[in-house]
Design a protein around this ligand. Structure first.
Ligand SMILES: [Zn+2]
Ligand SMILES: [Zn+2]
Ligand SMILES: [Zn+2]
Length: 278
């Protein structure tokens, strides 16, 4: 059997690219094979997809093909459109899934239970909700466990979590959305030391990147995160893969000088299809 793998299934912010209303160069060229931010993980008997994005059909099909497992279960981070609305494809109008496991935090679980059309997925048993608790490890099989970590974010409908994913040999951290590192009770630079890969919120590169008050949609700018982590040794910085890039993020272009400068410091940018030994 081949090594247990983690796959990058998408790198874009919720709105994807092309992004509605964007007439700029960032959305002029449809980049093949990139989707809204998600990762997939091989378990012993099934695969796990982190977030049900609007692109979940292509992402789940890809994960099925590369993992060889037909069955896919879902872990949700929060109730923003890029992270859960793909659940619609599990319903009667589409795949008509039978009891697909959907792991979610308590507020997220009750949001899905209490609001249509999601509640219909539950009542028709297309999905089975598996409630999670903050910092409680879920053992999925002998060589895979997942722990939800609550993070500060605009929590209109649900709490927001990132995930620690522990495989046979390696551990990955997945935090696609967080307001600012300084608002979190956990020190990200210390957490990075405890993992092998860190997929971190890279929504915006710099302040002023989009023509709207950016405090309405707070994220740690890639440039801020890089500065915060700049004192870590190279081997720690090399664990970082920026993910969840807004359509406007200039670092989507591999030739962008700001991106090259960070890559020279050891940081990485996630790419669809990258795989990692877990
Ligand atoms: Zn998002
Ligand atoms: Zn754009
Ligand atoms: Zn969000």
């Amino acid at each position: 059997m081949s090594a247990q793998k983690l796959y990058v299934l998408g790198t874009l912010q919720d709105g994807g690219s092309p992004h509605m209303g964007c007439e700029k160069l960032c959305c002029a060229v449809e980049k093949a094979n990139d989707y809204v931010s998600s990762i997939g993980v091989e378990g012993a008997h099934k695969s796990y997809i982190f977030d049900a994005t609007p692109d979940v059909v292509s992402q789940a099909n890809y994960l099925r093909a590369v993992s060889g497992h037909n069955e896919v279960a879902v872990f949700l981070t929060h109730a923003h459109m890029g992270h859960y609305t793909g659940l619609m494809h599990f319903g009667r109008e589409a795949y008509n899934a039978s009891e697909t496991l959907v792991y979610a935090m308590p507020k997220m679980t009750s949001f899905l239970n209490q609001n249509g059309p999601w509640s219909q997925l539950v009542s028709l048993k297309n999905i089975t909700l598996k409630p999670l608790q903050e910092n409680q490890v879920v053992f999925l099989d002998q060589s895979l466990s997942v722990t939800p970590l609550k993070v500060p974010h605009r929590d209109e409908y649900s709490e927001t979590v990132g995930y620690l994913i522990k495989g046979k040999n390696k551990t990955a951290l997945y935090i696609p959305d967080i307001d600012k590192w300084s608002k979190w009770t956990v020190a990200i630079e210390q957490l990075i030391e405890q993992v092998d890969y860190a997929f971190l919120d890279g929504t915006f590169f710099l302040d002023g990147e989009v023509p709207r008050p950016m405090a309405e949609v707070p994220h740690p700018f890639v440039s801020e995160t890089a500065a915060l982590l700049s004192s870590l040794p190279l081997k720690e910085r090399q664990k970082v893969y920026f993910i969840h890039l807004n359509h406007s993020n200039p670092a989507r272009n591999p030739e962008f000088q700001g991106r090259i400068a960070l890559e020279n410091q050891g940081f990485h940018f996630a790419e669809f299809g990258l795989s990692f030994d877990l």
